[in-house]
Write a protein that binds this ligand. Structure first.
Ligand code: DC
Length: 211
């Protein structure tokens, strides 16, 4: 049986780093589901198609190839903005959730990270983690990342952006971001990634022993 680890949380909470590390440790396949929304948005932008036509966006979402997702191409800010707009569309979500569910069944196990994995995509996952941190801590981390990469950024602008993204992700009617009732909360505001990984590992090992 495939073992599924569902990881949800707001933007820049550290869930991507954690998901990759967990997948590596256990030899599981990893899918960053945010990239499926980003790939859909990018394909629309590239084709000069509108971002507010649900039928068109659904058709593009159904053509997204999970094997070709590349964060370095998809991480640009304007793609993230466009992704959060099409992520409110139920038809787009249905199409991408189907693809994500088939991915989640790969043996021997999978790690999916996103916003609605524990609540909608894989509600029966034996391990659900909800990784969060205060908006200030998340904005600080993103700011440090940009500076470390040689870029220029203003902390206040990033903080405003993080808060706006939270509002959109938590406030939408279809599959809003929220912890599943049975999710383990990991608040990384005052926790290193290493400490968060160790906490996650304890939870996963206990669940693997039960399975
Ligand atoms: O995590 P990210 O920034 O790559 O996500 C891009 C957008 O996609 C973000 O606004 C939220 C949305 N998203 C979603 O609605 N459901 C998911 N499972 C993953 C991402």
């Amino acid at each position: 049986m495939t073992f599924i680890i569902a990881i949800d949380g707001p933007a820049a909470a550290g869930k991507g780093t954690l998901a990759r590390r967990i997948a590596e440790t256990y030899g599981f396949h990893h899918l960053d589901t945010g990239l499926t929304y980003r790939a859909t948005a990018r394909a629309l932008l590239e084709a000069g198609l509108p971002l507010d036509d649900e039928a068109v966006a659904e058709r593009v979402a159904r053509a997204v190839d999970l094997a070709g997702l590349d964060r370095s191409v998809l991480e640009q800010h304007h793609i993230g903005e466009a992704a959060s707009k099409i992520a409110v569309m139920p038809a787009v979500r249905r199409a991408l959730v189907e693809a994500q569910r088939s991915f989640s069944a790969r043996a021997p196990g999978t790690v999916l990270d996103g916003r609605d994995i524990g609540t909608v995509v894989c509600p029966d996952a034996p391990v659900k983690l909800y990784v969060t941190a205060s908006p200030q801590v998340r904005a600080r981390r993103r700011h440090d990342e940009v500076l470390a990469g040689g870029g220029n950024a203003d902390y206040e602008t990033i903080l405003a952006d993080v808060k706006k993204r939270d509002e959109r992700d938590m406030g939408r009617a279809d599959s809003p971001l929220k912890p599943a009732a049975d999710a383990h909360l990991l608040d990384t505001s005052e926790m290193s990634i290493e400490a968060a990984f160790q906490a996650a590992k304890t939870i996963i090992d206990a669940a693997l022993n039960r399975n």
